[in-house]
Design a protein around this ligand. Structure first.
Ligand code: ADP
Ligand code: MG
Length: 396
């Protein structure tokens, strides 16, 4: 697992130093305008610290998938503009990443000034973690700060490559992510409850295997519940099921028993005739799912059971919605679990892109201790994997 004891911007002297900061400015756009600037605001703490402490701040990020070539619609210029407003100072926008404009702008920076390089993914060398590209990028600076948690599970030139040439530390965002999630995994306040859902067992095998070693209770919802129910002999109609994962589900159930982990599955479900937002639907116990119907959410009895279990929890880690929460008729399970977590007073951590989006949409985000900003990265962290963009940073 990734060590969480990393040096931060506060552990090094940044005064007068050129500092390259990898941010996550991968923001959504609508009609040519930034439609949500949360990620830009999230980066302010680290940027302001560096600025206030006299660093020459050189920011970089990716945005979208320009596939290794310059495409104006993926330019970070609108981010520089928004950032200038938020910081209340000019953010100098370079026209390239490692070209003459970036070189000139980074060389001209005065203490406390901020520049932003163009989208690092305008170069195919970025995702290939090309050493020459990384070296050139690193040559603009004297220190590297990684503050992009969302790409920390990728060994790219701007997330890992540059660390080979510069002293490297983390920013406040990564520090918070690994601090909270690391503490929960290493020394959880008990009872420690994991809630796992989402579409497929196969997406969550790693998380299941890691958390089953640490948790007191595992709560299952979402499409993956039906693979488990099938193993236990239930008829599951046309619910999503991975036939080739039945053995694995069986092993997980056996492991839970062996480790005395309380393993909870839905006792009732909201089922639908079709996989459609406006499908006919009804509630039914898990032992009575009719042929041709599919489970798209946990039912009310299950909601009550899960809420009761969550009530006494010390730590809760949640990944994967309890149903097709994008659709109104199948969102109640996810909503009720979110409410139960909020009311439990437990340390609560939400990982995974769709889970974070569901919690936000249902209005529970500010009731959680931590909603991870990195979908794939948070999953890999919960799997106990080493994240290259964090492993490369200096230990305290
Ligand atoms: P995360 O991104 O948080 O890791 P996942 O991607 O694993 O979460 O799961 C989210 C997806 O699972 C959503 O698209 C949701 O519609 C789907 N899902 C949840 N429950 C079911 C179900 N019962 N049947 C089919 N799909 C489901
Ligand atoms: Mg997802």
């Amino acid at each position: 697992m990734t060590s969480v004891n990393k040096k931060t911007v506060e552990d090094i002297n940044v005064k007068g130093k050129k500092v390259l900061v990898r941010c996550d400015f991968n923001v959504p756009f609508k009609d040519g305008k930034i439609s949500d600037d949360k990620r830009i605001r999230g980066a302010l703490k680290t940027i302001s610290y560096l600025k206030d402490n006299g660093a020459k701040v050189i920011l970089c990020s990716h945005m979208g998938r320009p596939k290794g070539e310059f495409k104006p619609e993926f330019s970070l210029a609108p981010v520089a503009e928004r950032l200038s407003e938020l910081l209340g100072c000019e953010v100098k926008m370079a026209k390239d990443v490692i070209g003459p404009d970036a070189e000139a702008i980074t060389a001209s920076l005065k203490d406390g000034e901020v520049a932003l390089l163009e989208n690092v993914r305008f170069h195919k060398e970025e995702t290939k973690n090309d050493p020459d590209f990384a070296k050139k990028l690193a040559s603009f600076a004297e220190i590297f700060v990684n503050d992009a948690f969302g790409t920390a599970h990728r060994a790219h030139a701007s997330t890992e490559g540059v660390s080979h040439y510069l002293p490297s530390v983390c920013g406040y965002l990564i520090q918070k992510e690994i601090g909270i999630m690391g503490a929960a995994l290493e020394d959880p306040k008990r009872p420690f409850v994991a809630i796992l859902g989402g579409a497929k067992v196969s997406d969550k095998i790693g998380v299941l295997n890691n958390l089953i070693e640490k948790c007191d209770t595992i709560i299952i919802g979402g499409g993956m519940a039906y693979t488990f129910l099938k193993v236990l002999g239930y008829e599951i109609g046309s619910s999503i099921c991975e036939e080739d994962k039945l053995d694995l589900a069986k092993e997980i159930l056996a492991k839970a028993k062996e480790k005395k982990v309380n393993f909870l599955l839905p006792v009732d479900n909201v089922i639908a005739r079709e996989y459609k937002e406006d499908s006919e639907y009804m509630s039914i116990y898990s032992d009575s799912i009719p042929d041709g119907w599919m489970g798209l959410d946990i039912g009310e009895k299950t909601q009550e059971l899960y809420a009761k279990t969550l009530k006494g929890a010390g730590t809760v880690i949640w990944n994967g919605p309890m149903g097709v929460s994008e659709w109104e008729h199948f969102a109640a399970g996810t909503s009720s679990v979110a409410k139960a977590i909020a009311e439990s007073g437990a340390i609560s951590i939400i990982g995974g892109g769709d889970s974070a989006a569901a919690v936000e949409k249902l209005g529970f985000a500010d009731k959680m201790s931590h909603v991870s900003t990195g979908g794939g990265a948070s999953l890999e962290f919960l799997e106990g994997l080493e994240l290259p963009g964090i492993a490369c940073l200096e230990e305290k």
